[in-house]
Design a protein around this ligand. Structure first.
Ligand SMILES: Cc1cc2nc3c(=O)[nH]c(=O)nc-3n(C[C@H](O)[C@H](O)[C@H](O)COP(=O)(O)OP(=O)(O)OC[C@H]3O[C@@H](n4cnc5c(N)ncnc54)[C@H](O)[C@@H]3O)c2cc1C
Length: 380
């Protein structure tokens, strides 16, 4: 049986960062991935993911984000490749919406640079936007996006350069933990290690059945549309956005990588699913949901469809992350339940997982992210 100091199950966004940070601490590390690296069946594909500091979800995320930005820059330096692109970011909604109020709260508490703009001011400055008159925007200049698939490759390459072993196309069938360490079984081999990190994304419930109701996969769809006025949707003219509207929460990006403006809607058509049984076909109803957002709020982007894809959220009951040690096994750490807003944190979650795995502690306040805060019914 091959022995390691640490094994990471799932080499997607979070797992690739965890393998890297464990290897960086001198741990002999194995990363096991069931599909290719990277692949398009989990949560991290589709070119890019928004990163933003003015975190409306909760101000406790801001210290993690400040570290995430630092680590993304370090990774770029190591990889010799651009992975983090700053465009500025917009959080928009009615004045009293959770998005606007939460974004301003985070800006105030953490002294983040920002400006509040009316719908008309926003349109003058960034003409691609056409918010409703009763909406306002918080502009935060540090917003932008991370190249999500490239960053997985960069984390894996950096980990390999430090001596980590990473195996793709090797699904973990089962794992066991005891005081003597952990054992992990795949169709190819059984591996032993001192400690285990579980970063299985939408498949978390299969590996940790007790979390099946705390990390629930949900089908999402992304659409790229060719703008009618492409000059309004360039990196320099269109900040990424997160927008709370009457129709739901939309988010989007300037043109990058695919010849189109990219838009998605949180919780799309409210379709809970299994990670393997998800419907990956695109239906006319999927396009209709996203076209509605384009026509109302970004009419100059309403040109032909360039691409569409499905993707998976993994929702926790309160939509906050799970970053903790396994309640029954101190040598097993969990990073799960990223609820559609986790990617920007991968770099710092990798570091947190290495800290928790090696010392049981993190320098960040993780009280928002414990398994114990979840309702009893959601943890087995
Ligand atoms: C459409 C969409 C848009 C999003 N937009 C944003 C955004 O703008 N900003 C943002 O910050 N976040 C965003 N998110 C959320 C973010 O992408 C996710 O939180 C993040 O990708 C989760 O990473 P992960 O490592 O948990 O999952 P994944 O990257 O899916 O990785 C999990 C990995 O574990 C592997 N695995 C599972 N089980 C096993 C097993 N038994 N054996 C071996 N391997 C296994 C899987 O194959 C997979 O590769 C978005 C998500 C979606 C779907």
């Amino acid at each position: 049986m091959r022995r390691y100091d640490a094994i990471v199950i799932g080499v997607g966004g979070m797992g690739s960062a965890a393998v890297y940070h464990l290897a960086r601490r001198g741990q002999r590390t194995l990363g096991l991935e069931q599909f290719d690296i990277p692949h398009d069946r989990g949560s991290s594909h589709g070119t890019n993911r928004i990163i933003r500091l003015a975190y409306w979800e909760h101000p406790s995320y801001v210290p993690l984000l400040l570290r995430a930005y630092e680590l993304w820059r370090e990774l770029e330096h190591r990889a010799g490749e651009r992975l983090l692109i700053i465009t500025g970011g917009i959080d928009a909604g009615p004045e009293d919406s959770r998005t606007v109020a939460g974004s301003l709260l985070s800006c105030g508490l953490h002294h983040l640079r920002h400006e509040k703009l009316s719908a008309a001011e926003l349109r003058r400055r960034f003409p691609g936007y056409r918010l409703a008159d009763d909406m306002v925007a918080v502009y935060q200049p540090d917003g932008g996006f991370v190249l999500s698939e490239r960053a997985i490759v960069a984390h894996v390459a950096a980990a390999q350069a430090l001596g980590a072993d990473v195996h793709a196309r090797e699904p973990v069938l089962s794992w066991e933990a005891g005081s003597g360490g952990v054992q992990v079984r795949t169709p190819r081999d059984t591996y032993a290690a001192e400690r285990l990190v579980l970063t299985a994304g939408p498949w978390t419930g299969r590996l940790v059945p007790a979390l099946a109701h705390a990390a629930v996969p949900e089908r999402q769809v992304l659409l790229w549309a060719q703008p009618l006025r492409p000059e309004f949707f360039q990196l320099a003219t269109f900040p990424v956005f997160n927008m709370e509207s009457r129709e739901g929460r939309f988010y989007g990006f300037p043109i990058y990588g695919v010849p189109g403006f990219k838009i998605g809607k949180y919780h799309h058509r409210l379709e809970q699913t299994g990670a393997d049984s998800v419907d990956r076909e695109i239906h006319p109803e999927d396009e209709a949901v996203l076209r509605d957002g384009i026509r109302r709020y970004f009419p100059d982007a309403d040109g032909p469809t360039m691409a569409m894809t499905t993707c998976l959220f993994t929702n926790s009951p309160d939509e906050h992350f799970i970053l903790d040690r396994h309640p029954e096994h101190a040598n097993v750490c969990l990073a799960a339940g990223f609820s559609g807003h986790g990617y920007k944190f991968c770099s710092v979650v990798g570091e947190i997982m290495a800290d928790l795995a090696l010392s049981g502690e993190s320098r960040f306040d993780l009280s928002l992210f414990t398994v114990n805060r979840l309702p009893r019914a959601a943890r087995g």
